[in-house]
Design a protein around this ligand. Structure first.
Ligand SMILES: NC(=O)C1=CN([C@@H]2O[C@H](COP(=O)(O)OP(=O)(O)OC[C@H]3O[C@@H](n4cnc5c(N)ncnc54)[C@H](O)[C@@H]3O)[C@@H](O)[C@H]2O)[C@@H](O)CC1
Ligand SMILES: Nc1ncnc2c1ncn2[C@@H]1O[C@H](COP(=O)(O)OP(=O)(O)O)[C@@H](O)[C@H]1O
Ligand SMILES: [K+]
Length: 461
């Protein structure tokens, strides 16, 4: 996994103080990493338009122009005059060469956005919104320097935000790149070194971006085993029985030795899934909440107080019963609307879904501070998984998953790993990654996936 930072100013400062580097050296590395990327991917003499703002993001662009000059057909468009000391210095350097400056942007082969980076501190005015719209209308290959212009410190976007194919970000990954909103704008994210290797530049953090290698699939190492060696998951089904059945099928395909659906009515289940009217004596994990609908409170309370691992989803986030069990190490998997309800029930915040989406990390932190035992998985385009002070981001998912039933599959996967003895946090991380990887491997198109396709793909991982 890779580290993510809320801000990197303190990391830059550490470079100056501890390694005796300076702003100029850092900036030279920033610009040269974009230069190397362009040199590696594109043939010489391609046209490059670099659009610069007044601050150090613009200064990166000016340095880049100098580095590319002569090997590529470079043009500079200065959206505003250089203002920061480094921008002024870089401009002075540019002026000694004969680099083209244009009065209007145009469609070049490669477009580099150096308008605003981490310094964006107020809403964009009409001039910049129009400029960004114009840049987005081109068919260029779009590179964002540090962060696409229009994304602010919190990962909130402007009505016009630069749509990058690649974001080359300076020094370290930033939290703002992983809001759900940012996902449509950042493209591929590459981290540039700033004069020392990344592992030296980076310090302690509580946020991490998950890699594929963080997915620990439930491969079986023991030869002398039987079905009981791999746990027994009970999936509690309610009104919408389909949800429980989807979860049960996903769980069985993901390695649980036994899976039973708990339901008072008789169900038509696949032969390998068992039915029980009450929680099984030997169950090692419970998945509950999906499609639950109306139910007997005391019965659910009893189930929630069983001393086995649990994953809780969906309808239970609208019932204050949930607040009774938040001292347990249970896994909760709300989508944003459900999380808003949960925050209200827990008296943490009374907010809209929009407010939550504007500050996903903040509210996850607030919740985990109050309930440090719980493993919280907040669904979204970038899934956030958190326990106590640690936060993990799974950015592998895609719109393929935007379908009813995708969440039920995820509940089943987590339940399956819990039943097999994974720790709750590990279960949430590995199941979430498998969920996203399964969707990635579905190659037909990005609209037709149904839960059984997803389970099939996950079974092939
Ligand atoms: N050590 C450093 O400081 C380094 C900085 N680097 C670059 O510097 C960037 C940060 O530079 P700055 O802090 O100068 O900030 P930016 O260049 O991102 O933007 C700040 C400038 O834009 C103006 N501005 C902000 N919001 C505006 C708005 N809505 N409308 C109009 N103008 C607005 C500010 O007044 C200021 O002039 C990073 O993103 C990165 O690209 C890199 O070169 C690496 C090293
Ligand atoms: N655009 C997307 N990008 C990444 N993941 C997505 C996207 N849309 C949906 N998902 C994932 O799909 C799942 C949907 O779950 P949920 O909304 O609870 O559906 P349901 O309850 O109908 O099964 C979540 O895990 C979510 O993170
Ligand atoms: K930028």
């Amino acid at each position: 996994m890779q580290k993510i930072f809320d801000e990197v100013n303190s990391l830059d400062k550490r470079c100056y103080e501890e390694f005796f580097l300076n702003e100029d050296i850092l900036m030279e590395h920033a610009a040269s990493s974009i230069c190397s990327y362009i040199e590696d991917i594109f043939e010489e003499n391609k046209s490059v338009l670099i659009v610069c703002g007044s601050g150090n993001n613009g200064a990166d662009g000016l340095a880049l122009a100098r580095l590319l000059y002569k090997k590529f057909d470079v043009s500079l468009y200065l959206a505003s005059a250089p203002k920061s000391p480094m921008a002024k210095l870089q401009y002075k350097r540019v002026k000694t060469l004969n680099i083209k400056e244009v009065d209007e942007p145009f469609e070049a082969d490669i477009l580099v956005d150096c308008l605003f980076g981490t310094g964006l501190n107020k809403p964009l005015d009409e001039k910049y919104l129009t400029l960004i719209d114009t840049l987005n209308s081109y068919n260029s290959f779009n590179i964002a320097c540090d962060i696409p212009s229009g994304i602010n410190h919190f990962g909130q976007i402007s009505s016009s935000t630069f749509e990058a194919d690649v974001t080359i970000t300076m020094g370290a990954l930033k939290t703002s790149l992983f809001s759900d909103f940012s996902k449509d704008y950042v493209g591929e994210i590459i981290v540039s070194n700033l004069g020392v290797q990344r592992e030296i530049y980076e310090t302690q953090t509580n946020k991490f971006l998950l890699d594929e290698s963080d997915m620990k699939l439930p491969f079986r190492n023991k030869k002398n085993s039987h079905k009981g060696s791999y746990g027994h998951l009970n999936v509690v089904a309610g009104c919408k029985k389909g949800a429980g059945i989807i979860a049960a099928k996903a769980a069985f395909g993901f390695g649980a030795g036994l899976v039973s659906v708990v339901c008072h009515e008789n169900l038509d289940l696949p032969y390998h899934i068992m039915q029980t009217h009450f929680i099984s004596e030997n169950c090692t994990a419970i998945a509950i909440g999906m499609g639950l609908g109306k139910y007997e409170t005391d019965e659910i309370r009893k189930i929630l107080n069983k001393k086995v691992a649990k994953i809780v989803d969906a309808d239970l986030f609208y019932d204050d019963l949930i607040c009774e069990v938040l001292d347990q190490e249970i896994v909760l998997t709300p989508h944003p609307k459900e999380f808003v309800s949960l925050l209200k029930l827990c008296e943490i915040a009374d907010i809209s879904v929009q407010e939550l989406q504007n500050n996903r990390f903040l509210y996850v932190e607030k919740f985990c501070k109050k309930y440090p035992n719980v493993v919280l998985l907040l669904k979204g385009a970038n899934v956030i998984i958190a326990q106590n002070e640690k936060i993990y981001v799974n950015s592998f998912g895609s719109a393929v998953l935007s379908k009813g039933g995708s969440g039920d599959v995820l509940s089943g996967l987590i339940g399956s790993l819990l039943a097999q003895g994974y720790k709750p946090l590990e279960a949430a991380i590995s199941a979430s990654l498998a969920h996203a990887m399964g969707a990635r491997n579905y190659k037909k198109n990005n609209y037709s996936l149904i839960p059984s396709d997803l389970v099939e793909e996950i079974r092939k991982l």
